[in-house]
Design a protein around this ligand. Structure first.
Ligand SMILES: Nc1ncnc2c1ncn2[C@@H]1O[C@H](COP(=O)(O)OP(=O)(O)OP(=O)(O)O)[C@@H](O)[C@H]1O
Length: 256
């Protein structure tokens, strides 16, 4: 079980830059001098226009791609640390194994770690229940809705007990009503598990529904986090409340 040290830094970036060019002299930087500190247990939103480099930054945090320059520290250790990170992709269709049932998908990581059968069934069932999927254990991904597939993806990631959840527009492909439900569910799950969450979106309303902190990225190239906001609104948040609207106007002003 992961121990959360509230307020201890989870992720620290100092002067982080990324170019995909091989020749550093002609480098076209996607990210340049990104500074960022995210605390353990925090719900942090990376918000920015399409193509500014949000996914690139999240992929660097996941260890999927390498930074070109700067420092990245995760839970006090260098990026090569074994700090356990779980990644939730936008498309559950490409993330889930279609030939495995809901339960088999959720317990997959535990099976790979050779966790004994009884224990992994218990863990898988705990997260299936937490994700609101009870009764669907033996269905295949093709037999459940888009929202339910994202629940399976989330349950599968949580079953591995990551310290950090990295979520790349996980609700982007869902219809508006399902998205709203999933946002509420994610808040509930976050409160129950205390995970650090870094969530990428280009939807201001979604950012304000979910985040304790919102980092706004500038239009690329050479994007960085130019503004940070602490969102002092209680959960669940009301889209129609005057306070919500006030934050919306402030954040929106960066994209006018
Ligand atoms: N492997 C790669 N090689 C070269 N360029 C890349 C690569 N991956 C991303 N890029 C470029 O980096 C820039 C940022 O892309 P990225 O996907 O990180 O943006 P984003 O903010 O997540 O966009 P969106 O919101 O549309 O998903 C884009 O110009 C993209 O073309």
């Amino acid at each position: 079980m992961t121990v959360i040290q509230k307020n201890a830094p989870s992720i620290v970036l100092k002067g982080l830059s990324k170019t995909f060019s091989e020749d550093i002299r002609q480098a076209n930087y996607i990210l340049e001098n990104v500074d960022l500190t995210i605390k353990q247990g925090e719900f942090y939103i990376l918000l920015g226009p399409s193509g500014c480099g949000k996914s690139t930054l999240l992929n660097i945090l996941a260890g999927f791609i390498e930074k070109s320059d700067g420092e990245l520290t995760i839970n006090g250790e260098s990026e090569e640390s074994k700090a356990n990170r779980g990644f939730v992709f936008q498309s559950a269709d490409s993330a889930l194994f279609p030939w495995l049932t809901v339960e088999e998908n959720v317990e997959f990581g535990l099976k790979m770690k050779k966790v004994p059968l009884a224990e992994r069934k218990e863990v898988a069932n705990h997260f299936i229940e937490l994700a609101g999927l009870s009764g669907h254990n033996h269905k295949f991904p093709s037999e459940i809705s888009g929202g339910m597939k994202q629940r399976v993806q989330l349950a599968r990631v949580l079953a591995n007990d990551p310290q950090i959840l990295l979520m790349d527009e996980p609700f982007g492909a869902l219809d508006a009503m399902t998205r709203r439900t999933m946002q509420k569910e994610l808040i509930r799950i976050w409160k129950e598990t205390n995970k650090t969450i870094i969530f990428v979106t280009h939807d201001i309303q979604e950012a304000l529904m979910l985040g304790q902190h919102i980092g706004i990225m500038s239009i690329g190239p050479s994007s960085k986090i130019t503004h940070s906001y602490e969102i002092n609104l209680p959960y669940p948040r009301e889209i129609t409340s005057p306070d919500f609207n006030q934050y919306y106007k402030v954040v929106q002003s960066h994209f006018d």
